[in-house]
Design a protein around this ligand. Structure first.
Ligand code: KG4
Ligand code: ZN
Length: 353
């Protein structure tokens, strides 16, 4: 069974073909990241326009790389939420049109749930991928950490999951991106803070971990503000000093120490709750998903603290991609989940899990 996955929820225009829910036949990603980098964050209008330009060539390339013709496909899976409205529209309208023209079943995919399914890909003949040897077992605890989401979910089986907790404000990836901006480090903040942190002392500064009444919920806005106050304090200016002027006044050692201290605390926050959930629910496996799952610091801290082994997928499958969407699509077919109507499927930018 072969499914074409289409993903356009943010700035990546992505398409991939996955076979039988585990074999990656192609994975094509065109990113408009460079266009956004100058603004220090995603500009929705630029993202949507870039999707229009890239979507057809990206899908064509995914079929070419997979050596797959339209008639060899069993369906199309497309992200319909959550995400940026303009961006989602391009993917959904393209998928709807193809489904009608090629008479293929259409599956509507939740982006956040899709991220988890990157961990089910275990085989590929494509070069440059490091994949887990086996698929994760149920019950499965998933830590989903991206630019738009921070949540813990317990999957008892495919299509049977419960949300344990989520962020009340910023997502962890968003906090990385905002702190990078304060320190004058390039967008996206996750990788650039990771690199800068290598030169710093992770215990140099004490930064707060949010305490919330519900045990598996998160909050990162206080940590982000604490970093801003710390940077202002370091250069001897009051809290009124504008954040955009901070990077030129901070020296490289200060930036490295702030980056390292922030990274340690932000990652510890999600690891603490993952361990807590592991102890309560004793899942058979733990997976991490979403862009921040590419973080070597997260991978290290979890491996050190979890009492069971954890397998990580390739960082290219952690950030947004079509492969995770196609993989979840395969399970929708296999478990006879409802198809979407190609004449009426609408986007849902605020979709939750
Ligand atoms: O999943 P994703 O590609 O898009 C969303 O669905 O949001 O995640 C993007 C986020 C960004 O905030 C970026 O800073 C973060 O993932 N990220 C990382 C790394 N690569 C991307 N964070 C930490 N370490 C990385 N290597
Ligand atoms: Zn994502």
């Amino acid at each position: 069974m072969r499914i074409l996955g289409i993903e356009t929820s943010c700035d990546e225009t992505a398409a991939a073909v996955v076979e039988d829910g585990h074999n990656l036949l192609s994975n094509v990603v065109a990113s408009s990241m460079a266009l956004h980098a100058v603004y220090g964050g995603i500009v929705p209008e630029i993202a949507a326009r870039s999707h229009i330009e890239a979507i057809i060539p990206v899908i064509d390339q995914a079929l070419i790389d997979a050596k797959c013709s339209w008639s060899q496909l069993d369906g199309i899976a497309v992200t319909y939420g959550a995400g940026l409205g303009g961006s989602l529209l391009i993917g959904v309208l393209t998928a709807r049109t193809i489904a009608i023209a090629r008479q293929l079943p259409l599956y509507a995919i939740n982006h956040v749930e899709g991220h988890v399914y990157a961990n089910f890909i275990t085989n590929t003949s494509l070069s440059g991928y490091q994949l887990p040897a086996k698929q994760p077992l149920f019950p499965l605890l998933a830590l989903i950490v991206s630019g738009g989401h921070t949540q813990l979910a317990l999957f008892n089986d495919h299509f049977n999951h419960r949300l344990l907790g989520r962020t009340h404000d910023d997502a962890i990836g968003e906090a990385f991106d905002k702190v990078a901006k304060i320190l004058g480090l390039p967008y996206p903040g996750g990788p650039s803070i990771g690199i800068k942190a290598k030169d710093g002392d992770p215990f140099c500064f004490r930064l707060p971990k949010a305490r919330l009444t519900s045990k598996y919920d998160f909050s990162f806005s206080g940590l982000k503000t604490a970093v801003l106050r710390l940077a202002q304090e370091q250069i001897g200016e009051s809290f009124g000093f504008p954040s955009i002027k901070l990077p030129e006044r901070l020296n490289e050692a200060q930036k490295a120490n702030i980056a390292a201290s922030f990274e340690r605390v932000a990652i510890e926050t999600v690891v603490d709750k993952t361990i807590l959930a592991y102890e309560e629910f004793k899942p058979a496996a733990v997976v991490i998903a979403g862009g921040v799952a590419a973080s070597p610091e997260l991978r290290q801290q979890l491996a050190n603290r979890l009492p069971i082994p954890i397998a990580y997928t390739d960082p290219k499958l952690c950030t947004d991609n079509g492969a995770m969407i196609a993989t979840l699509g395969c399970y929708k077919v296999q478990r006879q989940q409802a198809t979407a109507d190609p004449y009426s499927l609408v986007i849902d930018p605020d979709l939750t899990m």
